[in-house]
Design a protein around this ligand. Structure first.
Ligand code: XIL
Length: 373
């Protein structure tokens, strides 16, 4: 009898430890991209070092958690096309190879953008020269990666906050037909690749209206446009979920995909005059503007987790309209928000901290998918 009891006890212990081991294994193998695999791609932006796999710990985190990649900088015109007759594909080739090796969705960022332009491009004044540049730039790059890049940001940030067209070097030299032309050149080079217009604050009412008009104009002019990218450089309180939801509905009503392309949530105070994500804006630093130089207080950590949870809940509600959600960076330590719009601050906008540990915000996004949907 006693022997029987002991065996029973032993058996229960074995089963229990088996269950715990299974749970532990699940915890170690569970990942964002796996949890959301039936909903939308979960992407990250990669720095040059990450493309070159310089840090093995970061590299295995990327491969475990993400199934889509965007190059944070190296495909921008100043890097990929530094001189008129010279392209530099060294890093973009590695970027594409990285995505292919890891069977990831590859997004190209970005073909036509007024920022991070090569100095020679900034000097173009004449419309014939500008059109020739646009045609050569788009055709060369899109053709080179034809069938290998899954989607492109054809034009980035062409709108002002009030929805009017930004007076960029492209608008100034070519007038608004540059928008249709850019999409036509891209489609001609790779008819099958998805083509996106990408911007920040285009979930705000006035800019959203401008963006809707822009998409309609591109279509009316015979351009192929498959999606809109909402950059999603957001704050703890702003924008409201209502405006985000209205935007998802309004854009998808145009028959295009919606992607959240550069998601991060700043927890730091914002300079009063800043409204958006214009990379050319910069402000003075002071201690008040950098309140958490060592660690993020738990109360803010919780707020960030709640904000991420509410955003992803909304994304899941509209998963049929959303193609991809990409974070702007892998971990807090590398985020551009440590140096923008004020240099040398410590921000905490992503799901992994600077030591690559998942934050409360990571758990809150994962937990939304714990129960079967
Ligand atoms: C940022 C990069 O993260 C920084 O490293 C770089 O110094 C400036 O550009 N909108 C965009 C992105 O479309 O390309 C920008 O990326 C952030 C705002």
């Amino acid at each position: 009898m006693r022997l029987f009891n002991y065996s029973l006890l032993l058996l229960s212990l074995i089963i229990l430890s088996g269950c715990n081991a299974k749970k532990e294994k699940e915890k170690n193998t569970a990942s964002l991209s796996d949890r959301y695999k039936n909903d939308f791609y979960i992407g990250t932006a990669l720095s040059a070092d990450q493309i070159e796999e310089k840090n093995p710990a970061v590299d295995s985190l990327i491969k475990k958690e993400f199934n889509a990649i965007t190059a944070e900088n190296i495909m921008k015109s100043m890097f990929i096309h530094p001189f008129k007759d010279q392209y530099d594909f060294t890093l973009s080739d590695k970027f594409i190879a990285y995505g292919e090796k890891n069977k990831m969705f590859i997004h190209g960022h970005t073909l036509i953008w007024h920022s991070q332009l090569a100095p020679w491009m900034q000097k173009i004044k004449d419309s014939t020269e500008m059109k020739a540049f646009m045609k050569d730039h788009i055709t060369t790059i899109v053709t080179k990666y034809k069938g290998r890049v899954d989607s492109w940001d054809v034009v980035n940030e062409a709108l002002n906050e009030d929805g009017s067209l930004r007076k960029s070097i492209f608008l100034n030299t070519l007038g608004e037909r540059y928008l249709v032309d850019a999409f036509k050149f891209a489609a001609a080079a790779d008819p099958k690749v998805d083509l996106y217009y990408n911007d920040y604050n285009n979930e705000e009412p006035a800019k959203r209206e401008g963006n809707i008009n822009l998409i309609k104009k591109i279509k009316a002019g015979g351009g192929k446009i498959d999606g809109v990218g909402i950059q999603a450089h957001w704050k703890l309180q702003h924008p409201s979920l209502e405006e985000i939801e209205k935007s998802i509905l309004a854009y998808s009503a145009l028959g295009i995909k919606v992607a959240f392309t550069e998601l991060d949530i700043s927890v730091l105070p914002n300079p009063k005059d800043l409204n958006g994500a214009d990379v050319n804006q910069n402000f003075e630093s002071n201690a008040k503007m950098n309140p958490y130089p060592q660690t993020l207080p738990d109360s803010v950590q919780v707020k960030l987790a709640e904000r991420y949870a509410s955003i992803f809940k909304l994304f899941l509600k509209h998963k049929d309209k959303i193609s991809r959600v990409t974070f702007w960076g892998v971990h807090d330590g590398q985020s551009w928000l440590n140096d923008w719009p004020i240099k040398g601050r410590t921000n905490y906008p992503l799901l992994f901290d600077k030591n690559l540990k998942p934050k409360k915000a990571y758990n809150s996004v994962m937990e939304l998918k714990e129960t079967k949907q």
